[in-house]
Design a protein around this ligand. Structure first.
Ligand code: AKG
Length: 261
């Protein structure tokens, strides 16, 4: 189910409710995407430099650094000089705040949340540099379970910032998997096992992969099982993911109210 930018029609809203996602193509044009990518590149350099002042830790061999409220996750060797994820990112740049506050994104979110007043729960940039690692199958809700006031009201929007191909690490979901709520997690003894979905819970016959152009918005439910493969191409596959909530609720990391209405 693909929609052009604008309000979601009833079919798109039903698709979101029943299948756990909907896709809006051509939300942002090439110039808008290029401006965001230029900003992201500057932010990556700035935050890598700032990591020297942060608090470093390792989980399952992955390097994390907290710099104030920002968590930096670095890529694995041989790409360890590159960022994998930066969360949150909007407060580092008016351009990123503008992107995730854009009416073309907020209007569909208002429809999904059935409210005019929308706030931000969290946001991140996934850099997916050439050689960047994939994301194992997981749901987002378990990460947020202990902090969110409205676990069922946290729609995610992935904004693609490069044309997505199978080779550069397309995003994928298990259609309808949100309907069964919180799934059993992995039990492989890893530190992050609680955040990954147990393989027995994953019905690969319902897997949907999104090969979409830059500037697309993929809206998905916080309980939807999702992930992506590694980037085996020579070009990046950048994306920004913003997660919304009803207004007047605290955000995940900074614990401030970020009302976008
Ligand atoms: O960016 C991707 O490819 C996957 C993102 C993802 O699963 C996440 O950030 O939760």
């Amino acid at each position: 189910m693909k929609r052009d930018a604008g309000n979601l029609n009833e079919a798109a809203i039903s698709h979101y409710r029943e299948d756990g996602y909907c896709v809006i193509e051509s939300v942002f044009d090439v110039n808008e995407v290029a401006a965001v990518n230029q900003e992201i590149s500057a932010i990556e350099s700035r935050m890598i430099a700032a990591a020297a002042t942060g608090v470093e830790y390792h989980l399952d061999g992955k390097r994390f650094v907290d710099v104030g409220v920002h968590t930096l996750q670095f890529e694995l060797p041989p790409n360890e000089s590159r960022l994998r994820v930066l969360e949150p990112a909007h407060s580092l740049s008016p351009i990123l705040l503008e992107l995730i506050s854009d009416r073309r994104i907020l209007d569909p979110i208002r429809q999904i949340l059935n409210t005019n007043r929308v706030g931000l729960w969290t946001d991140k940039v996934n850099f997916k540099c050439p050689g960047g690692s994939g994301f194992g199958w997981h749901q987002d809700a378990p990460y947020w379970m202990h902090a969110a006031e409205n676990l069922n009201c946290l729609p995610n929007v992935m904004i693609t910032l490069d044309d997505v191909t199978v080779d550069n690490g397309a995003f994928r979901v298990i259609r309808g998997s949100h309907l069964a709520g919180n799934r059993t997690s992995k039990d492989d003894g890893s530190q992050l096992q609680g955040f990954y979905t147990h393989p027995d819970e994953i019905d690969l016959s319902e897997s949907v992969e999104f090969v979409v152009p830059a500037g697309t918005a993929i809206i998905f439910d916080p309980f939807l099982i999702h992930g992506s493969s590694a980037n085996v191409s020579s070009t990046p596959r950048r994306a920004m993911i913003a997660t919304y909530q009803p207004a007047d609720c605290l955000s995940l990391k900074a614990k401030t109210m970020i009302n976008l209405c």
